[in-house]
Design a binder for this molecule. Structure first.
Ligand code: NAD
Ligand code: ZN
Length: 360
């Protein structure tokens, strides 16, 4: 057995208000006055002083506001890298991503592509990155994806939706300040939070499970239950706990994999642009057959928070469109193998997958 040797986020700060320390954390990392820090910030914060007034810009530092309306694309990463090269005198001192999974993934990908030749699409896959990325910092403002700890950055490219999985992908520094999540809209809180819950279920029910993944997964699952099913938590405690659940959920899949819901929601996302959080929810709602207990609890959480998921999003798709989705989904072999075991192809045939999609 050859065990994988994974990198981890080497520095992490946790606490309400810890975002105030950003300037102190970055100062020693400045390479020269011509090598700026570039902040990639979700444009939802453009006129939000709570975040922006606490980013202090010196020398040539810049904030680039980016919309998270759509999930990151390889072409978008290439454009950002091009813009940054043109606007800076020297290679930047660092890239700081502030936002949800979308901004965190963009920051990771941009940091990689500033030191690696070619286009982002060339690096979608496993261990294709040759040079270390520039220093990059992740600051989540919504909890659930685990993108703050993961070794991947999920990108939609011209012919696939696949991450850049590499030892250079994880952040050099993460700031976990749960207070930053205080204005997340309720439905989005649920969808992104459920991404974490689904990570736990898929990891804990998977065939790749081991004690490393199990211990993180169980911790994250307990926190999710407290947050989404309990009645005792204050708003602050709930924000704190969900942020830690996201972290642990992400740690759990470092050494295992996600499963059926993720494999299917990648198909939805590729064809219809359905976003990760809500897409996972739409899919998971129909997966009793694979995750009976997990889906039961999911439905209880949905009920409790009065969440109404879209229905019939695949009802009017042509066979050709369904086939595109099915191909994208079935290409994610490790996810299916984790979910259903070595003989997964016998269980999840294209026909079976089509039936499932048609229910959604
Ligand atoms: P997101 O980043 O797309 O944000 C969702 C919405 O919430 C956006 O409208 C955003 O503007 C808003 N928002 C974020 N923080 C806010 C705040 N504090 N106040 C008000 N509004 C706020 O959503 P997400 O669910 O965090 O991320 C999804 C993305 O993460 C997908 O692209 C997915 O592929 C990726 N992802 C990556 C990994 C990984 O390991 N790299 C894992 C899971 C998901
Ligand atoms: Zn996910």
């Amino acid at each position: 057995m050859n065990y994988k040797n994974f990198p981890m986020v080497p520095r992490i700060i946790f606490g309400r208000g810890s975002f105030n320390q950003l300037g102190d954390i970055l100062a020693p990392k400045r390479l020269s006055i011509n090598a700026p820090f570039i902040y990639l910030v979700d444009d939802v914060f453009k006129s939000n002083a709570f975040i922006t007034s606490r980013i202090s810009l010196s020398y040539d530092d810049k904030i680039i506001y980016v919309s998270s309306e759509e999930e990151p694309k390889t072409s978008q990463v290439d454009e950002l890298v091009e813009d940054i090269i043109l606007m800076t005198k020297e290679r930047p001192s660092g890239i700081i991503g502030i936002g949800g999974g979308t901004m965190l993934d963009l920051a990771k990908a941009v940091a990689i592509m500033l030191t690696n030749e070619g286009e982002a699409k060339d690096y979608q896959g496993w261990d294709l990155v040759k040079n270390p990325a520039i220093y990059h910092v992740g600051i989540p403002t919504i909890s659930g994806t685990g993108a703050e700890v993961s070794r991947t950055t999920v990108l939609t490219g011209p012919d696939k939706k696949l991450g850049i999985n590499s030892d250079y992908t994880p952040f050099d520094q993460v700031i976990l300040d749960p207070e930053l999540t205080k204005e997340v809209p309720k439905d989005q809180w649920f969808y992104t939070g459920m991404d974490c819950y689904i990570h736990c279920i898929e990891s804990l029910q998977g065939t790749y499970l081991n004690t490393f993944s199990q211990s993180y997964g169980e911790m994250a699952l307990e926190l999710c239950k407290e947050v989404f099913l309990g009645d005792k938590l204050s708003t602050k405690d709930s924000q704190d706990k969900l942020m830690m659940a996201s972290w642990h959920g992400g740690m759990s899949i470092v050494y295992s994999q996600v499963g059926v819901a993720h494999a299917m929601s990648y198909g939805l996302s590729y064809l219809l642009g359905t976003k990760h959080g809500i897409g996972n929810c739409i899919v998971f709602d129909h997966l009793e057959e694979f995750y009976p207990e997990g889906v039961k609890l999911f439905k209880a959480m949905k009920e409790k928070h009065n969440i109404h998921l879209p229905k019939g999003i695949c009802a009017n798709l042509s066979d050709k469109e369904l086939d595109i989705m099915i191909n994208i989904s079935l290409s994610l072999e490790p996810l299916w193998e984790n979910a259903l075991g070595k003989n997964w192809k016998k269980v999840m045939t294209p026909k079976k997958l089509k039936e499932l999609y048609k229910k959604m």
